[in-house]
Design a protein around this ligand. Sequence first.
Ligand code: GLC
Length: 541
Amino acid sequence: MDTRQHGGSTWWKEGVIYQIYPRSFADANGDGVGDLRGIVAHLDYLNDGSADSLGVDGIWLSPIYPSPSYDFGYDVSDYHDVDPVFGTLADFDLLVAEAHKRGLRIILDLVMNHTSHLHPWFVESRSSRDNPKRHWYIWRDRPNNWQSVFGGSAWEWDQVTRQYYLHSFLAQQPDLNWRNPEVQEALMAEVRFWLDRGVDGFRLDVANFFFKDDQFRDNPFHLGGLRGYDRQRHVYDKDRPETHRALKAFRRILDGYPERMSVGEIGTEDPVVAASYLGDGQDELHLAFNFTFTHCGWDARAFHGAIAAWERALPAKGWPCYVLSNHDVTRHYSRYAAGGQGDARARIAAALLLTLRGTPFLYYGEEIGMRNVRVPRREIQDPPGKRYWPFYRGRDGCRTPMQWDSGQGAGFGAGVPWLRLGPDYQRVNVAAQSRDPNSLLSFYRKLIWHRKASPALRRGSYRALIEKPVDSLAYLRETPEQSVLVCLNFSSRLTRVDLSAASLPAEEWRVLLTSAARPGEKVKGTQFALDPCEALILEAR
Ligand code: GLC
């Protein structure tokens, strides 16, 4: 029985979401590729209701649908089934049931900008110019200057019907024609299929790409980088106004079901554009990723600026969300590991992510400090990686198998894993860190369970206390019943933060959590001495 309620629930605001790249989490059948049964076997690790588990509230699964895997599931050939490599629909139902038993929500990745070139819709569409599905995709006699995100022209010549089709990503990922109402109807039927099956929400792949300019105007030139794609301003091939209308219709479908949510991948550097996909805060997407943290160097000022810009950009009823790592970017442990401060910095990054106002998204393995792995060129699997050779190594390095223990295969599975393991797995793994109360994993667990117990951290207001940060960030999270003060020292020096001008709500504070060995449980006054790389979380007494 579905006991979820209409309206009112805020699990997607107050909860912590954990992204799983299914190929790489756990392999139950020993074929070297992760699968749904593997995930089921590790649900207790994610949340068994006790503080010995990680304590997350939801899982976002990267695509699990049948796919020829030119882009590992982001090229879908059937929207309403499970790829045999991951299992069956029955395995999926089991996963949903077992997750729900533990209070864990399941979020699916919806890839609606494009399908696989092997999806029956495209197979029909390309079969002849007068096929009824011809206009389900975007066909033109002549290409314009639009570029594929993965390199080269976004147009592919089709020899059979002698026209070009549009692909914003790989040629094996033709873009759907959202201007065709039949396409929208067909996609929304797929959405309902999963909602009826009990999924709690969707992550929308490249949600700002759905509509393109109806006149196919050339994008203007822009000096943004070396790649053709970065040398254009993308005014005509994404962020078109019609997309908002379609997402509002999508939201109405979600709102017809209890407690469902959506989070959009909005590829933009502009937080104002990302925030626009929340509509008035209640009528479009529930959340929009803003990827500024994935570009921030190790610099308190940069983070401060990114948070301020995001808070400013959001509509009054909108809700922030934050992410440090995902399956497309270098893992943040490696981005920040310089100077031998890897673990210390990972703790600060975690404390930031999990104490800001907004929904935190974790990426599998970050809780144990998994590094980006250097994959030798001959082993590279990510197709865009091959395409940019020799400059770019693709995204395999952030997708290596989860490191569960120090045994053979790192506890990922009995077979040879599809991607090589991190060379450090004998040291960096769940089993070892579970035993160590001072490990990064133990710190993540404490952070998440503190957050769960703290109304201020879950839903309180956010006030930055240092206007121009140099080494440290300090901010307050407040609800009427609780004030929490967070101080993060990004430097490897002892630092004193002076908050005497900040009109703090208390004179005495209790230490909720610190990443340093701090004597005593109380802190008094308005000046706080922070250890090198200390993350200090205080509660007003
Ligand atoms: C998104 C996904 C990425 C994929 C692309 C095309 O950016 O995160 O992994 O390659 O869309 O679907």
